[in-house]
Write a protein that binds this ligand. Structure first.
Ligand code: FMN
Length: 203
């Protein structure tokens, strides 16, 4: 089993998604001791935002800038890792109602026409191999799940579900800890519930 594990929280040791993503990978490793794990901390080693140089390179412009060459190679490696992974585990914190900029920059490297999707006669076709699973750890200060007043402000989980679906990765398991900023014992309650869901995962 190959596991691709990503963290994207900017809150360091106080991060809820980092704690839960690590727990998820430990849980998977317990059932699959032979698993190979590739880990990226997208906050500690940030991916630059997509710029005009990337677009030019994709359309065949010669790349002489060494930093851009290295970045393009890193982006290609991200795609290879995603294609090879059996399970993708991602810490997905909500900042300003959407995913972190750090995770968005990774997304901007892996959504590439001709590599992870292509345009067919009837619209786009995802190119990620079948059988891949993703476990997505959603952490957020407020409450956005169905029935909550702020549900329409959730541009985090639907964004990532939509993008992975677009690429052909539809086997998604969301582990959600929400209401983390509500005070009292709300954080501990939400974290415990998420931990119980992780402990019950069977892969
Ligand atoms: C810059 C910033 C923006 C945030 N924006 C939101 C938000 O829009 N909605 C929300 O419910 N919580 C928001 N929060 C709270 C985070 O979702 C919460 O702290 C969560 O634990 C983040 O995951 P992490 O601990 O893994 O970083 C924000 C936190 C930070 C630091």
């Amino acid at each position: 089993m190959k596991i691709l594990h990503l963290d994207s929280s900017i809150l360091g040791d106080n991060s809820a998604s980092r704690a839960l993503s690590a727990e998820t990978v430990t849980h998977l490793k317990n059932s699959h001791p032979e698993a190979e794990i590739i880990y990226h901390d997208l906050a500690a080693q940030p991916v630059p935002e997509l710029g005009s140089g990337h677009v030019g390179a994709r359309f065949g412009a010669e790349v002489t800038d060494e930093a851009l060459q290295a970045d393009l190679a890193r982006g290609n490696a991200f795609i290879d890792e995603l294609i090879a992974a059996d399970v993708v585990v991602i810490g997905v914190p909500m900042y300003n109602f959407t995913v972190s900029a750090q995770l968005k920059n990774w997304i901007d490297r892996i959504v590439v026409a001709g590599k992870t999707f292509r345009y067919g006669d009837n619209g786009p076709i995802g190119l990620l191999p079948e059988g891949k699973k993703a476990i997505l750890i959603s952490t957020r200060g407020g409450q956005y799940s169905a029935g909550h007043a702020a549900a329409a402000m959730d541009h985090q989980e639907p964004l990532l579900s939509g993008i992975f679906g677009f690429l052909g990765l539809k086997d998604l398991t969301w582990i959600r800890a929400e209401g983390l900023s509500r005070g009292g014992d709300a954080r501990e309650t939400a974290m415990s519930a998420a931990r119980a869901e992780i402990a019950a995962l069977s892969f």
